[in-house]
Design a protein around this ligand. Structure first.
Ligand code: CMC
Length: 433
């Protein structure tokens, strides 16, 4: 925890004339923060910030976003550089360990991850308890939470080594669990992991392969899948990561914390948006209907929003969307897919980017706008899109969880409230209710 106090700021209560000095702290980059940890004790006031729009809930050295400039850095490296020059395993190593691996470290890390790719056979029974038409995210919430009942040797969260084993297990087992959720829904046999394949190719093999024949994957698709994983790996203190941190702040089991993150990610305002983008494009149906839907998106009385547009932090083009757009073109070309939805998406993007409502509010396409189109071209059903996001984000969640547990200043997350309900009142007898 940084105590990098730079100066103080005076807070004055104009009603009473009382004033207090609040420390101001500076990070390595980004806006300064007002340290209000002692505010209540000193002043008797809480702060009010629904949705934490102006509140730093922790300090972190993992991911930095400059939302106005559209910059995303992991441990100082730009997402564009990472997507161009690294594979997902290297990015996982970077997020977890803080530096890019050298060749020996990379090999060793890959070996560690592949060593943990299988899941306990008993876990297969959990899948069989679900209906075949269960949403795969519902299955993921259940089975990842269930891991906490299996791996008792890596749950002493105060032991850094055990924390790392739990982290490796989660990163390694997520593709296996995600592919099993898919296999269960289509009634095909579960496929065991193959440790001679890359992380992305192994996931594809477990998802689309069948025991009856060898599975072959196109290198372009393998690369696109790997890049999608990189682009979703971490995104600082978003809703699901904050959920993981707050769940973990009580000392909870790591597998249960990640299951909490998966639940938070599922919502359409967060990771569920990739699925929602595709439903929206289907709903719009044709270019000629774009103006009507844009009007609906602007109408505050209509719940319709342009999915894949807007972001709490980015007030510029989401840099991940730029990389994905390029991948999208490559994959569709490689697979020979001509998707009218891509054309519709491009047209919608162009029209929205020129529309005053979107321009004034700085609403740009986000990562979810193009990912669904690539995933659809590769052959994933829409219900799997958010599962893929969860798979990739697991490394970010465990990196942030590790950072939190190791922070000596870490406290249980416990926000305050502005209470607007009744003060104590007379208890009425049943006859008067
Ligand atoms: N369509 C229409 N209007 C929008 C949209 C949208 N997609 N997004 C924001 N606005 C409007 C909003 O109504 C508000 O207008 P006004 O100032 O007139 O009241 C203004 O823009 C500011 O929006 P906000 O709701 O205060 O912004 P927020 O930071 O609370 O919400 C968001 C961010 C991502 C939840 C929101 O933009 C949204 O719902 N987008 C669609 C869902 C989506 O694509 N989510 C994926 C986010 S990126 C991946 C991830 O994090 O998982």
């Amino acid at each position: 925890m940084s105590d990098a106090k730079t100066h103080t700021m005076t807070l004055t209560d104009n009603a009473t004339g009382d004033s207090w000095e609040l420390p101001v702290m500076a990070g390595s980059v980004g806006p300064k923060v007002i340290d209000i940890r002692k505010l209540y004790g000193q002043t008797g006031y809480f702060t009010y910030d629904p949705g934490f729009t102006s509140t730093a809930s922790c300090d972190s050295a993992i991911t930095y976003i400059d939302g106005d400039k559209g910059v995303l850095l992991h441990r100082g490296y730009s997402i564009e550089d990472l997507a161009e020059n690294c594979d997902f395993m290297e990015v996982c190593y970077l997020l977890l360990r803080g530096e890019l691996p050298n060749e020996a470290e990379r090999k060793d890390f890959e070996k560690t991850i592949t060593y943990h790719t299988m899941v306990h056979e008993q876990l297969l029974n959990f899948y069989r308890g679900f209906r075949r038409d269960a949403h795969p995210m519902a299955i993921m919430v259940g089975v990842v939470g269930a891991l906490s009942a299996f791996y008792h040797d890596s749950t002493d969260i105060n032991d850094p080594e055990q924390r790392m084993i739990a982290s490796h297990r989660l990163v390694a087992k997520m593709p296996t669990l995600a592919a099993m959720a898919y296999k269960y829904s289509v009634g095909q046999p579960f496929m065991y992991p193959r440790n001679n394949l890359s992380y992305a190719a192994n996931f594809m093999q477990m998802t689309f392969g069948v025991p009856a024949e060898e599975y072959e994957i196109s290198p372009a698709v393998e690369r696109a899948m790997d890049r999608i994983f990189i682009l979703h790996a971490d995104h600082e203190q978003n809703a699901s990561t904050s959920t993981v941190r707050i769940a973990g702040s009580s000392g909870a089991n790591p597998f249960a914390c990640i299951s909490a993150g998966i639940s938070s990610l599922w919502g359409p305002a967060h990771g569920g948006a990739n699925e929602a983008v595709l439903s929206m494009l289907h709903q719009i149906g044709h270019k000629k209907n774009i103006p009507e839907f844009l009007e609906r998106a602007k109408d505050k009385n209509d719940p319709f929003r342009l999915m894949g547009f807007g972001h709490r932090v980015y007030k510029n083009y989401d840099p991940r969307a730029g990389v994905l757009k390029k991948s999208c073109d490559e994959v569709l070309k490689e697979l020979g897919v001509e998707d009218p939805l891509l054309e519709l998406a491009q047209e919608l993007e162009q029209i929205a980017l020129k529309d005053d409502y979107f321009v004034e509010r700085k609403l740009f396409p986000n990562v979810d706008f193009y990912s669904g189109i690539i995933l659809k071209a590769i052959g994933f059903p829409t219900s799997m899109f958010t599962v893929l996001f969860a798979l990739a984000r697991t490394v970010g969640w465990v990196a942030q969880w590790n950072e939190m547990i190791a922070d000596p200043y870490q406290k249980i997350g416990r926000p305050r409230q502005l209470f607007l309900g009744y003060d104590k009142r007379e208890f009425p007898p049943k006859s008067k209710r």
